[in-house]
Design a protein around this ligand. Structure first.
Ligand code: HEM
Length: 128
């Protein structure tokens, strides 16, 4: 699979994983608190995939906008993990409160990047 296509697939998996995160958090809050452990593991997966997206956007020469976007996505995922664990382990409710809108913002960014890399035409040299 070409790096460009692999990047788009990776970003769509990140979109699906963040949606799953929102569902796990809701289920954890409203019935099954044990699900937060899985939420933490999947959070690490989101970070790994976001880091892979940074590498792929360089390899695929996606340009400054997409590359910068993937860097922000990876940095956001790292902050999200820090806030999630700190919020739960230390009871810093302000971090837990910030964790939710940051998750929503990361979903929006991941969707934008996934759409952009999916619809973007390959350079003319790749068409031949
Ligand atoms: C809209 C999406 C998300 C929502 C609504 C959400 C919600 C939550 C909530 C309510 C908690 C518990 C906080 C507390 O009890 O103080 C939590 C914990 C956590 N979240 Fe999220 N989250 C989302 C997305 C993410 C993402 C994208 C990541 C990682 C990239 C992530 C990583 C974590 C981690 C590592 C924890 C701590 C888990 C543990 O202590 O075992 N979350 N999240």
């Amino acid at each position: 699979m070409q790096p460009r296509r692999l990047l788009a697939v990776t970003l769509w998996i990140v979109v699906a994983a963040i949606l799953l995160q929102a569902w796990l958090a809701g289920s954890g809050l409203f019935g099954t608190p044990e699900l937060f452990e899985l939420h933490g593991w999947i959070g690490s997966g989101v970070l790994l995939l976001s880091a892979l997206a940074v590498v792929l956007s360089f390899v695929a020469r996606e340009g400054a906008l997409v590359t910068f976007g993937t860097v922000i996505l990876a940095a956001g995922a790292m902050s999200q993990i820090g806030m999630g664990y700190a919020g739960r382990r230390t009871g810093l409710t302000a971090l837990s409160a910030l964790h939710v809108p940051l998750g929503v913002a990361l979903l929006g960014l991941a969707v934008a990047l996934a759409v952009l890399t999916t619809i973007r035409r390959a350079p003319a040299t790749e068409d031949r």
